[in-house]
Write a protein that binds this ligand. Structure first.
Ligand SMILES: Cc1cc2nc3c(=O)[nH]c(=O)nc-3n(C[C@H](O)[C@H](O)[C@H](O)COP(=O)(O)OP(=O)(O)OC[C@H]3O[C@@H](n4cnc5c(N)ncnc54)[C@H](O)[C@@H]3O)c2cc1C
Length: 402
């Protein structure tokens, strides 16, 4: 089958690597003149490391293994600990924190030369009997039996299918970056997250002495919102180019390592990523066209599921295309197999937006132990992705422990 993929992000490259390995003819068209290997740290949960292993990728080249996820109050009181090694023991694969660019490069290495074409922005899609034609902004075209839109949360393919983009801002953004300053995270294999009334700060080592950090701040269609009483940012620090002052004003007084981080940060270190959310539609495509990753279901990064969902989509899509029926039937089987999972993850991601108050209340009720068990079970179920999640009639994966 000849497959056109728009977008060389995580979902596009993972799909390409898998589909080439399954014997399909694949072309990936990326708008940017080079691979967009930017971004900061991402968590790759056990389900997604299973998929990377299934693709034959060397996990040992990627980031750093995470053994615990700790939750602290902004004052430095321990609230919860999740033992990720127990989940790894059950599922057979680790949780890894890595730079997004390192994940992208690992996937790109698994795609044969000539498959990725850069500087090609999808501008128009023509559905025709037996296939689809994509027209690029430079006037060239590409024909395929199938088109996979892997072009992110403002997807041109999604817009072609369903009209105006419906990704909404959630009212939050991440101010995030990476530092090589030594910070004490309580261990080299540990993800600490600090919660306070103002928001949260999460940190994790991503290998080679680098630490990814992220603050969650209010954001409303490009304007930071007026924060709750008692945590007000001054007018001056809310203006563009004053993220450092705002961070210090808002998160100042938090326990180390947050305070240590604020001491060493520079204005130019802080990138802003608004959080977006799609509704998960019943069908993600039509005829020979479908979507994967953020194009299908953008979610906020609070739980670090973006990359993981992109990898799950690509993995299921590869299996589905080997299944019975016409290409359109197989794409609908993929969408059907993925819909429930994507809706569950979206629901959890949306709910997590309100977790600050819950976590801080837990400290007051001293119910932390029970909640830790619940969190452990929750992370374990989110991290498990099984053969039964594949469409009926598709092949079993090579690695059993995904
Ligand atoms: C530069 C960048 C940095 C990021 N940094 C982080 C981060 O630090 N933390 C985090 O949690 N998530 C980050 N993300 C988002 C994260 O990668 C995604 O949530 C997740 O991996 C799903 O990826 P995706 O492949 O579906 O979409 P994306 O990663 O958004 O990739 C989409 C790709 O499609 C290309 N594209 C867009 N429109 C067109 C078009 N019309 N024609 C052809 N190509 C097109 C884009 O250039 C991009 O390369 C980042 C994304 C990008 C693009």
């Amino acid at each position: 089958m000849k497959i056109i993929i728009t977008g060389a992000g995580v979902s596009g490259l993972a799909a390409a690597a898998d589909l080439v390995a399954r014997g399909h003819e694949v072309e990936v068209y990326e708008r940017a003149p080079e691979l967009r290997a930017g971004g900061n740290g991402v968590l790759i949960w056990h389900n997604a490391t299973g998929i990377l292993r299934d693709l034959g990728l060397p996990l040992e080249r990627l980031g750093r293994r995470m053994d615990t996820a700790d939750v602290w109050s902004s004052r430095g009181e321990p609230l919860m600990r999740t033992d990720l090694t127990r989940i790894a023991a059950v599922l057979g694969t680790p949780c890894i924190a890595a730079m997004r660019g390192d994940v992208l490069r690992l996937l790109a290495d698994a795609v044969p030369e000539g498959v990725i074409r850069l500087g090609k922005e999808c501008a128009e899609i023509v559905e025709r009997p037996g296939g689809v034609t994509v027209r690029f902004t430079d006037g060239t075209t590409a024909d395929g039996d199938v088109l996979i839109g892997a072009d992110g949360y403002r997807s041109a393919v999604r817009t072609h299918l369903f009209g105006a983009d419906d990704a909404r801002y959630t009212g939050l953004a991440s101010w995030h970056g990476t530092t090589t300053e030594p910070l004490d995270l309580g261990g080299d294999h540990c993800v600490p997250t600090f919660y306070g009334r103002q928001g949260l700060c999460t940190l994790h080592p991503v290998g080679d002495g680098r630490i990814h950090w992220s603050f969650e701040v209010p954001f409303d269609n490009g304007r930071r919102r007026v924060p709750p009483p008692g945590t007000a940012l001054s007018e001056a620090s809310r203006s563009e180019g004053r993220r450092l002052a705002s961070s210090r004003e808002w998160f100042g007084g938090w326990a180390p390592p947050v305070s240590d981080l604020l001491d060493v940060l520079k204005e130019e270190d802080i990138a802003e990523a608004p959080h977006t959310l799609h509704d998960v539609r019943k069908w993600w495509g039509r005829g020979p066209i479908t979507l994967v990753g953020d194009a299908a279901h953008a979610i906020p990064p609070r739980a670090g599921w973006g990359v993981n969902q992109a990898l799950e989509d690509s993995w299921v899509l590869g299996h589905a295309l080997d299944g019975p029926g016409s290409p359109a039937d197989r794409l609908r089987a993929y969408e059907q197999a993925r819909r429930g999972r994507a809706r569950t993850v979206r629901g959890r991601a949306k709910m997590l937006r309100h977790s600050n108050r819950l976590l801080l209340a837990l400290r007051l009720t001293r119910d932390g132990l029970q909640s830790t068990k619940m969190l452990q079970a929750n992370i374990q179920s989110s991290s498990s992705y099984l053969n039964r999640d594949l469409p009926p009639g598709t092949a079993r994966p090579a690695a059993e422990a995904v």
